[in-house]
Design a protein around this ligand. Structure first.
Ligand code: ZN
Length: 301
């Protein structure tokens, strides 16, 4: 495997490492990753051992906002502001203090605002316009978890800037969404899907944000009334093929997120890591995400 093609832009890695050192963030040095597969499917999951991330404190009750505090620190010390020098509107990029791999960061709006939703997509459009060039420049992929589907700080919107491909250097083989076979959909050949992945999803070209927005609008109109607040919980996972959209089966206080949906399953301890099988990954996803049999997405294109 060509390692160079997986690396992030050197300057962002250096700035990330400096910020991590200043904040005392201990980056995992012996990250374990294994691939799990099934004889019935070409789709492969990566299981990643990361105890620190798994056991991180959550801000689900909103007693105080860790993101506001971290942004404040980055405004006081420019070395903690990874987007310094780039105009991202009201967004600032800071390191993720519980990284899965070195480089994992967060793009956070300041002042605080709630997540976009299928009822109001205006901030999603603005955020993508600002963050996609930053993603292109740095090599970090954009992922978004919504309240009810993996957002652990639901009152303060944020994007995950990820580097999941780093795991391929450990397994010497790619896995998950980035490795999956994809086909164009019949209704729109610019939108694709993974034939061997049993969960409801579509993959949108990153450059065609209008198409993604149009789809999410229709998704909200058609299925919003099935959810408690009229909004369809969904996650976005950026990867090699575009933005992977997943659909939550309900609102969850704590759930799997865009990481797991894109084939990166985080194990919280060594025992769990060792025992995790392909079936465990599928069963875990089934708890939180709708399957292809349960919701038909292509008709919304
Ligand atoms: Zn906040």
């Amino acid at each position: 495997m060509n390692k160079n093609c997986l690396d992030l832009n050197q300057s962002i890695l250096e700035r990330w490492a400096q910020a991590a050192a200043l904040l005392g963030v201990i980056t995992p040095s012996d990250i374990k990753v294994k691939i799990v597969r099934s004889k019935d499917s070409s789709y492969k999951f990566g299981v990643i051992l990361n105890e620190k991330r798994f056991n991180r404190p959550s801000d689900i009750n909103g007693n105080y906002c860790k993101l506001c505090r971290d942004v404040e620190k980055a405004n006081e010390d420019v070395r903690l502001n990874l987007s310094n020098g780039t105009n991202l509107g009201d967004m600032i990029v800071i390191i993720n203090k519980y990284p899965i791999f070195p480089g994992f960061s967060l793009a956070v709006p300041s002042p605080e605002r709630v997540s976009y939703s299928t009822s109001d997509l205006s901030n999603l459009k603005k955020d993508l316009e600002r963050l996609l060039p930053f993603s292109d420049e740095t090599g970090l992929e954009l992922c978004h978890n919504q309240p009810g589907l993996g957002a652990t700080i639901p009152l303060h919107d944020h994007w995950h800037l990820t580097n999941f491909k780093k795991g391929f250097e450990i397994t010497n083989e790619s896995y998950g969404f980035n490795a999956a076979e994809v086909c164009p959909t019949l209704n729109d050949p610019t939108v694709s899907y993974m034939p061997d992945f049993p969960f409801a999803h579509l993959i949108f070209n990153k450059k065609d944000t209008d198409k993604l927005l149009n789809f999410l609008q229709k998704l909200g109109e058609k299925y919003g009334n099935k959810y408690i607040n009229g909004k369809v919980p969904h996650d976005l996972s950026g990867g090699r093929h575009g933005f992977l959209v997943s659909i939550g089966r309900d609102y969850f206080d704590k759930s799997w997120s865009s990481s797991e949906f894109s084939g990166n399953i985080i194990a919280g301890n060594e025992n769990e890591f060792n025992r995790f099988s392909y079936e465990d990954c599928v069963n875990g996803l089934k708890r939180y995400f709708l399957t292809k049999k349960e919701i038909e997405l292509e008709t919304l294109l």
